[in-house]
Design a protein around this ligand. Structure first.
Ligand SMILES: NC(=O)C1=CN([C@@H]2O[C@H](COP(=O)(O)OP(=O)(O)OC[C@H]3O[C@@H](n4cnc5c(N)ncnc54)[C@H](OP(=O)(O)O)[C@@H]3O)[C@@H](O)[C@H]2O)C=CC1
Ligand SMILES: O=C(O)[C@@H]1CCC=N1
Length: 275
């Protein structure tokens, strides 16, 4: 059984797609008494849904949610920071609470400017967290205790892998693993479409494409081999795979990946107000 979190009360501001995925992980792994997980969910219907589904305490009042919490997860959209994280809510946060942000493009400096004197941990998870196969990078700010970082690793580790990084690398992480599931779904959809073109039923084509991505990722992780070595194992000389790979290279699939990552880096700077 997983070790319990060393927290009396964990609060979320925002219980949307990502907040829910983390709550599902924590309650599913029994890391904490669900009633001690408080979620400021801003709409009664959503608060009720989270309570009924996971047993957590769902509230519309963020101040009530954060009161007496040891750790506060910021799971709202970056565009909401200035309008939501202010005034009475900031005052209601207990002095020693650790702030754990999952927000993209919001720096530790910005968060520390709002929650003055609080330790801040910035993270970048991804949506496969919802099925226990997430990838979360964890960047502790200055003055964060090892115990708090370990708690963050427990929270995200119960629904996937974690990696400690420095904040300077977090936009690159966002562009690779944070947004990466989006790229992969496009590729799965495209491969399935191509399978339909080749005569396969839609459902079979999606299953074949998705399991191929899942299995190939697992091969990279479990064998520790470079992806190029694994690719060479599929490509028989003069065979069929190399013909397919040539077509992909002609379609500039690698260049498209560089462009996607650069586009995310650019958009992150815009969201930070740097462009
Ligand atoms: N989706 C992803 O793949 C990833 C997202 N992130 C980050 O996670 C954060 C959340 O994203 P995601 O979960 O996808 O977005 P969602 O829109 O699903 O979740 C945001 C939630 O915040 C709620 N909300 C709005 N206003 C308030 C308020 N005043 N008080 C409390 N809650 C409020 C929204 O409620 P309502 O809808 O009712 O307005 C919504 O449920 C973002 O900062 C994003 O950058 C990080 C990694 C991956
Ligand atoms: O699209 C977004 O802004 C968020 C950040 C990382 C993944 N999704």
């Amino acid at each position: 059984m997983a070790e319990k979190l060393n927290l009396k009360k964990l609060a979320f501001i925002g219980g949307g797609a990502m907040g829910e995925a983390i709550i599902k992980g924590i309650t599913g792994a029994k890391l904490m008494d669900p009633a001690a997980v408080y979620v400021g969910a801003h709409r009664q219907e959503r608060a009720d849904y989270l309570h009924e589904t996971y047993g957590v305490t769902g509230l519309v009042d963020n101040c009530e949610a954060v009161r007496d919490a040891d750790m506060i997860v910021l799971a709202i959209k970056p565009q909401m920071v200035d309008s939501v994280l202010r005034g009475a809510l900031v005052s209601a946060v207990p002095g020693k609470a650790v702030i754990l942000s999952i927000m993209g493009s919001v720096t530790i400096e910005k968060i520390s400017g709002i929650f003055k004197g609080h330790p801040v941990i910035r993270t970048m998870p991804n949506t496969p967290l919802a099925v226990g196969a997430g990838m979360t990078a964890i960047a502790p700010g200055n003055g964060v205790s090892e115990e708090a970082v370990k708690t963050a690793e427990q929270i995200f580790g119960c629904c996937g892998e974690t990696l400690r990084i420095q904040e300077k690398d977090i936009e690159a992480v966002t562009a690779v693993s944070g947004c990466g599931p989006g790229y992969v779904y496009v590729m799965i959809d495209a491969l399935a479409d191509a399978g339909v073109m080749a005569g396969l039923p839609r459902a079979a084509a999606i299953k074949l494409a998705a399991q191929t991505f899942a299995g190939s990722g697992k091969m990279v992780l479990e064998t520790g081999k470079h992806p190029a070595v694994l690719r060479d194992m599929v490509t028989s000389p003069g065979g069929t795979t190399i013909a397919g790979i040539k077509a992909l290279e002609n379609g500039a699939v690698r260049g498209a990946m560089y462009n996607a990552v650069q586009a995310v880096l650019n958009r992150s700077e815009e969201l930070k107000g740097n462009k």
